[in-house]
Write a protein that binds this ligand. Sequence first.
Ligand SMILES: [Zn+2]
Length: 303
Amino acid sequence: MSPTGRFLGLDIGGTSVKAGMVGPGEKRVGASMPLPTQIQDGPEVFLDRLCDYARSFGPFDAVGVGCPGVFDPGTGALRASANLQNLEGRILGQEIAQRLNLSENQVRVDNDANLAAYGEQWHGAGAGRDNMCLLTLGTGIGGGLIQDGRLFTGPHGMASEVGHIVILPKEQGGHPCGCGSAGCLETLASATHVRRRAREAGLTEDTVELCRRAEAAAGPERELLHQVGRDLGRGMSYVVSLLDITFFVIAGGFSAALPQMIEGIHETLSERRYGTPKPDVVRATLGPDAGWMGAARLAGDAR
Ligand SMILES: [Zn+2]
């Protein structure tokens, strides 16, 4: 088959699969309608449906796939995924390659937050930045690292799990985390846990309303989001100390609260800074397109 110069990106989420194609000269052909994930139908049905969806985009040279969870970098098997548990253990790259009649090196699979970082650094908020860390604030907190222009996932595919850096130790009241630990950044600053913190403080659980009230007037809503910002800044300060990365992109639904959190973020970042320049913290610009664009970029790397 002759090369088309087209690369497909698929971003598998808990509720929908988003996709798009990148054509010759990095031209974005654009995303089509998302596909409902409906993982409860079982892995076989889901993978068949996913591959029908991929074929609907027409010919392409390679496909990149983003999926929440941890991949074995050796085999490409999905080791663990909180949202897509019944795909655990599956070697997604291989299964998709077989269904699409592609060779295994024409299918590249990685963690969704890593690929969102790869997308944002390509055509989004991180364009032109060789070093950056992306945090997605949603149900949990995902992280993605770009070092020297390349995606860094580590030897076990476990790098950049910024959401599971412990900020508030168990003995100091850290809340249990889905990962088995307690007091992880995710238990303080993910959308899910901000709702919990708001509820415990007797405030509205609606994060949009919470932000609106925080913006409108001083009061407990503003204080809570300021505190969440301080917690986020603590987590980010570890990234600064360890990797000398000072450019952060905040993504995910709860990134809308960045204006209410930014002061708190910079407070704790500057309390813990040692010799590094003041970090830049910006909001992601690609929205729901970051994941599939990063996946399409990864597919193009296979050339
Ligand atoms: Zn955790």
